[in-house]
Design a binder for this molecule. Structure first.
Ligand code: ADP
Length: 546
């Protein structure tokens, strides 16, 4: 039957003298309904303004595949009526010609501004149809108004309910510390983000809350787990068949969480078009999201800048000069260092591994390095303040000790002070990646002999206990308001003094109990020195006494 009707239709159209417009081709494939319609309409597009009647006939058949001989007849009747009216019909909407139902649909992750006539601009959260995967980086797409053009493929994501990237609360490319940074930017009760966990295949829900009563608020990280039936949960009694359903439920009910999820903290999720296709490692940072603003200082590795991440968040960006660092070893270690997170440690946010020079991005500390801070405020800092600075450093070091991480270059110059005058330990572990003989060799001019324990300057034997020695010297720097230990003595003289059992004198701002604490750090044998855990308790007791 079909065949017969097709044939009739085609013959009928040909009878109208349209064979010159290509219908013969259509006639060759009467079995294929899809092909038949497609070709016929394509030809009609060119015909629209020339022969409106033919359009009418074809339009009818296009929308009514089960076309009958009677309908063709009716069309012909109508055509004859129209012959008396010379008003042209309006052009057909493009949708009438193409079948988009099976084309992939995507949603824009962020705005994209067309940079040439071939580009199609994108608006965040709007839907687009993908017409052609033009090349691995650029796709041809169509917007809802029928405009077509090329788009960068990493600006869009499949528009499916199950695709997490379509949700504002999902940030694929951030790690724990970056999540904390985002949540603390506008610390609102119940602000939350869902990110890929450091454990492969798992998701983590990170949220901000003041419910526990802490002044700065807490960031809590919950793994989103699956039970044996594959159902998702954060709190075991509340199970869901998908993560979006879980989030939606907890947006209305705390149900086991510290508070309900109130504010999704979005990140725009886009990498730049220039970097389309570059795969950033999970913990890496995208350099196009970083802006260098002004120089803060110069260090062992290169210039340090104040910068912005994602246009809003202030960060410090250390640029690493060519040849100044064992980069590959550092990049490997940075993955671990980023997991170290404590209020008294300068947080490492990430490293731009695909960028030269290498960028090391850390928490920005408004008041700069502790040594300069002390020197600039000589005579203005009370003993209590000096003690609380030592306490800050000790707490950060206690965390490193607990995690088996050795600093190797603890000194006032390697601590930083933030806007709230909190002192934090910086540059932990970095000494291992310095390429500079003067710094590495214990006889080199830059080797920090004055902060080093005997086992370090003799045998380079580092431990948390050698960090404790350095901490004693740092306490001395704090209580002298930034004096140079052993003043103008050379490194060789310092080694001789220490080996003879001499130690740094008591600064006049240090009470006897305070001096006893620093002195205890300078025991010749590592085992004779206190741990940071013990020092934290001792310093706390001292603060409470004053
Ligand atoms: P390095 O340890 O590589 O020798 P530093 O970390 O000491 O270099 O950086 C040099 C200077 O840059 C510091 O003295 C300080 O003034 C500034 N600086 C470094 N990191 C930060 C930061 N996170 N926030 C603010 N200033 C910083």
């Amino acid at each position: 039957m079909w065949k017969f009707k097709d044939t009739v239709l085609c013959i009928s159209l040909m009878k109208e003298g349209m064979d010159s417009h290509g219908y013969v081709d259509v006639y060759r494939y009467p079995h294929s309904h899809k092909c038949f319609m497609f070709f016929k309409i394509r030809e009609m597009r060119t015909k629209v303004n020339l022969d409106p009647d033919a359009v009418l006939a074809t339009q009818y058949s296009a929308s009514q595949p089960d076309v009958s001989y009677e309908s063709i007849w009716k069309c012909e009747q109508r055509k004859r009526q129209l012959q008396f009216k010379d008003k042209p019909l309006p052009p057909l909407p493009p949708e009438a010609f193409e079948d988009y139902t099976n084309k992939p649909r995507v949603i824009a992750l962020c705005d994209f501004f067309a940079r040439g006539p071939l580009d199609l601009p994108l608006k965040k959260s709007e839907e687009y149809i993908i017409l052609e995967k033009y090349d691995p980086l650029w796709w041809r797409a169509r917007d809802r108004h029928g405009n077509e053009g090329l788009i960068p493929r990493n600006y869009v994501t499949e528009n499916k309910k199950s695709n997490l990237e379509t949700y504002k609360w999902y940030c694929r490319n951030i790690n724990r510390s970056q999540a904390e940074l985002l949540l603390r930017q506008k610390p609102k009760e119940g602000a939350f983000v869902v990110r890929d966990s450091s454990r492969q295949g798992l998701l983590t829900l990170s949220m901000y809350s003041r419910a526990k009563g802490s002044h700065n608020g807490d960031i809590l990280h919950y793994h989103i787990k699956q039970n044996h039936l594959g159902l998702y949960y954060v709190a075991e009694n509340y199970l869901f068949s998908s993560v979006p359903e879980l989030i939606e439920y907890h947006q209305h009910n705390a149900a086991g969480l510290i508070t309900r999820l109130r504010y999704p903290v979005g990140s725009d999720g886009c990498t730049s078009a220039e970097n389309t296709g570059l795969s950033y490692e999970e913990w890496g940072l995208n350099p196009s999201e970083l802006l260098l603003l002004k120089e803060l200082g110069r260090g062992q590795f290169g210039v340090v800048y104040l910068g912005k991440w994602k246009e809003t968040i202030k960060v410090a960006i250390k640029t690493i000069n060519e040849g100044a660092m064992s980069e590959d070893d550092f990049i490997e270690e940075a993955k671990l260092m980023m997991k170290l997170s404590h209020p008294k440690l300068v947080q490492l946010y990430g490293v731009c591994t695909h960028h030269k020079p290498l960028y090391v991005v850390t928490e920005f500390m408004e008041n700069g390095c502790l040594l300069n801070y002390l020197r600039q405020r000589r005579g203005k800092l009370s003993r209590d303040v000096l003690l609380s600075m030592c306490q800050d450093v000790c707490e950060g070091m206690e965390y490193l000790e607990r995690n088996g991480f050795i600093h190797r270059d603890l000194a006032a110059r390697n601590c930083l002070v933030n806007v709230e005058h909190v002192v934090k330990v910086s540059d932990f572990g970095m000494a291992r990646y310095v390429i500079d003989d003067q710094y590495i060799s214990s006889s080199g001019a830059k080797f920090p002999v004055k902060w080093s324990s005997p086992e370090v300057f003799h045998f380079k034997k580092y431990s948390s206990k050698s960090d404790v020695w350095s901490f004693g010297v740092l306490m001395w720097e704090v209580f002298t308001e930034g004096k140079m230990p052993f003043e103008t003595k050379s490194n060789a003289e310092v080694v001789r003094e220490i080996s003879q059992g001499n130690r740094l004198y008591r600064p006049h701002l240090a009470s006897l109990p305070v001096y006893k604490v620093m002195y205890s750090c300078w025991h010749e044998k590592p085992e004779g020195r206190p741990t940071f855990a013990e020092l934290t308790v001792t310093l706390r007791d001292l603060t409470e006494m004053t």
